[in-house]
Design a protein around this ligand. Structure first.
Ligand code: ADP
Ligand code: GLC
Length: 480
């Protein structure tokens, strides 16, 4: 099949979270199955400047209709590996910026224009290049208008744009909500402005467009597919999601074992594997050293790598200040995001410099080191569509402590509930819940034999894309 993805992030070119990893590794897994994969991304500065894009070729300079004006763009292309081609939709005014969406204080004010332009650029490119696509797979709100724009363009231009569409919700909390007056930039018919279109409480909701107009809708874990049909997790869109209940399916993300594999990981000071764990200790020493701790410390280390948002339950960690004061353990956090949470963590680290350390940067290498060098990986999310970090940590023999939501519930088995198959610790979404989980972790840490059993069981889990890629193939085939 010729599969086209459209997404606002793609590892290793632009990444703020798991979306980048998920899209990149899905594309690679599909190419490995013999499909021809194209991924459209905005031509952000970090993509254009990436060494892989150094020899990128300009394919087109389309004029994109944006309401009553035409804006010029440039479509550039490079191929990072066999079977995968990346198409960048460039316009410096929109994408030549430091970050993809905005600063930690606020989003860019023209995000609606930026992503309408991106979506239109994707449609125009497929049309002008007569790309002969089987399926267009769109990801998250930034591409929510694509199914509508595609159908509308298909009516005007015919079969060259006839293809199935799939829309994947990676996170329903981000919906791309903008004033309705920006709708005219889409040049879509007025009826799509209404309640049966993209209108939601008087505003334009791009995610809603994707949910209503794609042939099939998926989300990134089976449990999240159910959760988003409830008021607790639907972020207001539960009713909209429920109208597609028959077409929505939760397909668990996989992980790319060429990037996340302790046996081959070039970002680590030492590699390790099931039958040769010594390298994990080297990673641990390096992790401690890099954070100013004594590398000989042999007590429990809690690691955490995440966007600092309420989604990730950072406040639940902060509420457990006393635990870190009382227990001789280490907490190492790598995260960036909400300034208030960043401040809270900074204060915690300043109050307990011998126990708690924080790095507030985006650092791919450090994310691997924290994952490898810790004993426990904290992920007390309030909601988690899939979550990749808990899969990475299991693969790296680091026991995850997770809440029982979304993809976390689907990928972590609690060691007390199922001692034979347990790979982690599940906790309720409260600060006391997290506290009891961390206390269980301390007990596990004292029982070395059991700890190693749990670690090895985690390392043996199969989180590859195999199953999901086949499920997507079936979905693409009968997406009519
Ligand atoms: P989400 O997509 O909600 O952020 P996931 O668990 O799916 O959560 O994916 C998070 C990804 O982002 C992981 O690859 C994690 O290592 C990475 N990540 C988060 N924060 C940072 C950071 N500060 N530096 C490097 N990588 C980070
Ligand atoms: C989103 C979700 C996360 C998921 C990722 C990739 O960012 O928050 O749970 O793993 O997308 O699908």
């Amino acid at each position: 099949m010729k599969i086209v993805h459209a997404a606002s992030e793609l590892f290793p070119y632009v990444k703020t979270g798991g979306l980048a990893d998920a899209v990149a590794s899905l594309g690679v897994a599909q190419a490995d199955r013999g499909h021809e994969v194209v991924v459209f991304v905005p031509g952000y500065r970090s993509v254009v400047d990436h060494p892989d894009a150094a020899e990128a070729e300009t394919l087109l300079r389309p004029k994109i209709e944006m309401g009553d004006v035409y804006m010029s763009g440039e479509v550039r292309m490079f191929s990072p590996r066999d079977g995968v081609t990346v198409y960048m939709i460039c316009r410096d005014e929109f994408f030549d910026r430091r970050n993809p969406y905005g600063t930690s204080e606020r989003d860019y004010e023209d995000n609606h224009h930026r992503f309408i332009f991106f979506c239109k650029g994707v449609v125009e490119t497929m049309r002008l290049l007569r790309m002969n696509v089987d399926v267009l797979h769109c990801h998250d709100w930034q591409t929510g208008l694509l199914p509508l724009l595609l159908r509308h363009a298909e009516q005007r231009h015919g079969d060259v744009l006839a293809m199935r569409t799939v829309f994947t919700i990676h996170n329903i909390a981000f919906q791309g909500v903008f004033p309705m007056r920006s709708f005219y930039r889409t040049n879509l018919p007025d009826e799509l402005m209404g309640i049966d279109g993209v209108e939601f409480y008087g505003q334009m909701n791009m995610l809603k467009g994707g949910i209503l107009f794609a042939d099939r809708v998926t989300t990134v874990s089976p449990r999240y597919a159910q959760e988003i049909q409830t008021p607790e997790f639907g972020c207001g869109l539960e009713g909209v999601v429920a109208t597609r209940a028959d077409d929505i399916v939760g397909l668990l993300n996989g992980i790319d074992s060429s990037v996340w594999n302790p046996a081959t990981d070039a970002l680590l000071p030492a590699t390790y594997r099931l039958d040769k764990l010594a390298g994990k200790w080297t990673c641990r020493e390096e992790l401690l050293r890099r954070h100013g701790f004594n590398p000989d410390y042999d007590g429990p280390i809690f690691g955490m790598v995440c966007r600092l948002t309420t989604q990730k339950g950072v406040d639940l960690v902060l509420a457990n200040r006393e635990f870190f004061k009382r227990e001789n353990c280490r907490l190492i956090v790598l995260g960036k995001g909400d300034p208030a949470l960043e401040k809270g963590l900074k204060e915690l680290a300043a109050a307990m410099p011998k126990r708690v350390a924080l790095s507030t940067k985006l650092d791919e290498g450090m994310s691997h080191l924290v994952t490898a060098g810790s004993d426990f990986f904290l992920m007390p999310s309030r909601f988690e569509p899939c979550g990749l970090s808990q899969m990475y940590s299991q693969t790296y023999g680091t026991v995850p402590i997770v809440t029982r939501v979304g993809g976390l519930a689907d990928t972590v088995v609690d060691i007390d509930q199922d001692p034979k198959h347990g790979t982690g610790i599940q906790v309720p979404v409260t600060s006391d819940g997290l506290l009891s989980g961390m206390e269980r972790a301390l007990r596990l840490h004292r029982n070395v034999k059991k700890l190693v059993e749990v670690q090895l069981r985690g390392m043996r889990q199969d989180f590859s894309w195999t199953r999901t890629v086949e499920a997507y193939e079936r979905l693409y085939e009968d997406g009519e």
